[in-house]
Write a protein of this length. Sequence first.
Length: 391
Amino acid sequence: MRGLLYLIGIATAVLVPAWAAVAADAVVSGVRTGIHPDKTRLVFDLDRSVDYSIFTLSDPYRVVIDLPDLDWQVPSTAGSRAAGLIDRLRFGLFRPGNSRVVLDLKRPVRVKWATMLPPRDGHGYRFVIDLVETDRAAFLAALAPPRPLATPRAGTAPRPKPRPGGKKVVVIDPGHGGVDPGTTGASGGFEKAVTLTYGKALATALRERYRVILTRDRDIFLPLQQRVQIARDADADLFLSLHADAIADRRFSGGAVYTLSETASDDEAAALAAKENKSDVIAGIDLNNQDQEVASILIDLAQRETKNFSSRFAGVLVSTLRTQGVRTRRKPHRFAGFRVLKAPDVPSVLVELGYLSNPREEARLRSAEGRAAIVAAISDAVDAYFENLSE
Ligand SMILES: [Zn+2]
């Protein structure tokens, strides 16, 4: 099923490039849902009128609302609870100049009505969208011809330059971001914020000795493929993707290091990879155009050497984590089919820092001491890995 585009409202000038923005962003001061017998209504309170475009995606059913950059003065968890036909609502920066709202739907819907209302009856500007239930056939029929998948360049990632002084290039990839929050911790905080904090701290620790590139340095969404591409474009020597898991069982704790494999080391690793690979779906990207690429996750012979280096780094990292007293899982080196680890020529590992669903571990991960220990362990592992390599 192709995900497809249709536009409501003003179709032109929807996106304001970040560099062209002169006025402050429009402010969103409220997000409300109203459940009626015949429809689910979603309302955003705004301080001015903004342009928008709406499209729907199937498998899973989603409604995506694209808006200019907005100042979201609402709790980051607003809309995270199911309401009416909406299972979950997410919002955040999709790319520079472009905020995005993704509605995960319980059932196929029809966008009955969407409009920007001017101030009236004590309300300010309101963006209102009404969803009514429909069936799958009607949902699919309402989809317009496929829109080519946009592959925006990273607005924030520095472009690769010739290597100064032969320094090794380390790409640090803070998982998730923007409209994709990642997992939610026991305290309600998001994985995307934890990974960004760790990414920046690790970049600071490594910057003197390596050329360090962060795939993102702010709260913005990046497609998985683009993260891989940043590492490839930079001709990186090592790619580190940072994550923090959350699961229903709050007793689970401990970090783990993952490398790519066509066969998962265990069911849990396979489930984790499936969850992490959903990042693009969560951000409202139509993956159907990428089906073939996703399907071809199998590693060919050319990747074998890269795979060996990835495993070698994972082994070093597991030992430095333990030396620094960082809690790790039993069998801390695991493997599965993570899409973000797919660069065929860049040794890549995915680090799950720990479980945000465990209140004690979340507090430790968020503390300065907890962070310092993990950052030191990763930094030491990078040093040890490259020292061994050059011997
Ligand atoms: Zn993650």
